[in-house]
Design a protein around this ligand. Structure first.
Ligand SMILES: NC(=O)c1ccc[n+]([C@@H]2O[C@H](COP(=O)([O-])OP(=O)(O)OC[C@H]3O[C@@H](n4cnc5c(N)ncnc54)[C@H](O)[C@@H]3O)[C@@H](O)[C@H]2O)c1
Length: 321
C-alpha cells in the first residue's frame, strides 16, 4: 500500500483513532472518504479534515445502510468503526456481534463488490487473552480471548484473512495495546479525571491495588506505526502488534493523573474488583506486546507507557473535556 496520492476510506472517521488517522492520511496527500454514523464519534474531531478539499464526509450506519454506493474509486479501506467498549460485552452480547462481526462482513462484501483490494483493520491485544508469553509476539497461539469484544475482533481477523486469500486482497491487522491521547472519550483516564473533578480528595478505582499492568501508546505514535506497517505491505495478510516497550499499572496511572491535575493527598478507594482483582469481567491482568516485527520494518516507539499517559492527560485537561 502506498498511501500517498491514493483514495482511502476511513470508517469510524469521527472517532478517537479514526479522526487522527484521517488527519494523518490527508497530511500525506491522500484523498479521504470518511464514513461514520456519529453514534460515538463527534463532528468537532473532523474540524481540520473538513477544511481540506480532499476530504468528504458520509454519514452512514454500516450495520443498516449500503456502503458499496460510496466506495467507487477507493484504493484502501481503514475499517475503524466498531463498538470498542470491552466492558459492554457481558451486558449486551448482541452489540459486539453486530457492530464488530456483522459490520466487518458488510465492509468486506462492499469491497468485494467494488473490487477494492486493500484493508487495514484495528484489532486488539485482547485477542491474546491471558497470554502465557510476555511480551506476546504476533505468532503466539492458540488465541483464546477472555472478553466478548476480543472474541469478536478475532472473528473479524479470521474473516478478513479469508477474504484476502479468496479475493486477492491485501490486509493489515493491527493488534493495538491501549491507545491514549486527545479526542479519546472512553478510557481509564476520563474516568479518573471526571471523578477527581467531582471530588479532588478521593478516587474510586476499579480493581485491587495496584491494578492491572498494561502497555499504553500515544495516539501520535499509533498513527505513525499504522502507516508504516501498511506501507510495508502484505502478501496477503500481516498482523502487527502496536504498543510501547513497557507497562504501567493502574496505581501508576492514578498517580500521573493526580500529579497532572496538581492535586495532593488524594485517597485511593479500591473497589476490590472482580475475578481476583481485575476491574471488570473480561479485563486482562497483564499485557505487553512484542514489537520485533514493527522493529523489523524500521519502526520503534519513542515514548514509554508513562510518558504516553502523561502526554494524554495533559491533552485531555487542555481540551476541557
Ligand atoms: N482505543 C483503543 O485503545 C483501541 C485498542 C484496540 C483496538 N481499538 C479499535 O480501534 C478502532 C477505533 O477505536 P476508538 O477508540 O477510536 O473508538 P471510537 O468509539 O472513538 O470510534 C469508533 C467510531 O465508529 C463509529 N461507528 C460505530 N458504529 C458504527 C456504525 N455502525 N456505522 C458507522 N460508524 C460507526 C462511531 O461513531 C465512532 O466514531 C475500533 O475498531 C476499536 O475496536 C481501539
Amino acid at each position: 500500500m502506498k498511501l500517498r496520492n491514493e483514495t482511502v476510506m476511513v470508517t469510524g472517521c469521527a472517532g478517537f483513532i479514526g479522526s487522527h488517522l484521517t488527519d494523518g492520511l490527508l497530511r500525506e496527500g491522500n484523498e479521504v472518504i470518511g464514513v461514520d454514523d456519529l453514534s460515538a464519534g463527534k463532528m468537532e474531531f473532523l474540524k481540520d479534515a473538513l477544511s481540506h478539499d480532499d476530504f468528504r464526509f458520509v454519514r452512514l450506519d454500516l450495520l443498516r445502510e449500503e456502503l458499496a454506493d460510496v466506495m467507487d474509486g477507493v484504493d484502501v479501506v481503514f475499517h475503524m468503526a466498531a463498538n470498542p467498549d470491552v466492558r459492554q460485552g457481558p451486558k449486551n452480547t448482541r452489540t459486539h456481534f453486530d457492530q464488530n462481526i456483522t459490520v466487518t462482513f458488510n465492509v468486506l462484501e462492499a469491497m468485494r463488490e467494488k473490487g477494492v483490494k486493500g484493508i487495514c483493520f484495528p484489532s486488539t491485544s485482547t485477542v491474546y487473552g491471558e497470554a502465557a508469553v510476555i511480551p506476546t509476539p504476533e505468532n503466539y497461539g492458540p488465541l483464546m480471548p477472555i472478553s466478548i469484544y476480543g472474541g469478536t475482533k478475532l472473528s473479524c481477523e479470521a474473516m478478513i484473512s479469508s477474504y484476502a486469500h479468496t479475493f486477492e486482497m491485501e490486509a493489515i491487522l493491527y493488534r493495538f495495546a491501549n491507545v491514549v491521547g486527545s479526542r479519546s472519550t472512553h478510557n481509564v483516564l476520563h474516568d479518573f479525571v471526571r471523578k477527581l473533578r467531582q471530588d479532588p480528595t478521593k478516587l474510586e478505582i476499579l480493581g485491587a491495588d495496584p491494578g492491572t499492568n498494561k502497555s499504553y501508546i500515544h495516539i501520535s505514535e499509533c498513527i505513525s506505526a499504522m502507516l508504516a506497517a501498511a506501507r510495508a505491505g502484505a502478501r496477503p495478510v500481516e498482523a502487527y502488534n502496536i504498543g510501547s516497550y513497557d507497562r504501567l499499572n493502574v496505581r501508576g496511572i492514578a498517580d500521573i493523573v493526580v500529579a497532572e491535575m496538581g492535586l495532593k493527598n488524594v485517597r485511593y478507594d479500591w473497589t476490590g474488583g472482580v475475578r481476583g482483582g481485575v476491574g471488570w469481567v473480561g479485563d486482562v491482568r497483564d499485557m505487553l506486546l512484542g514489537l520485533d516485527k514493527l522493529k523489523s520494518i524500521g519502526w520503534e516507539p519513542k515514548l514509554n507507557s508513562a510518558a504516553s499517559m502523561q502526554r494524554a492527560v495533559r491533552e485531555i485537561l487542555a481540551s476541557g473535556h
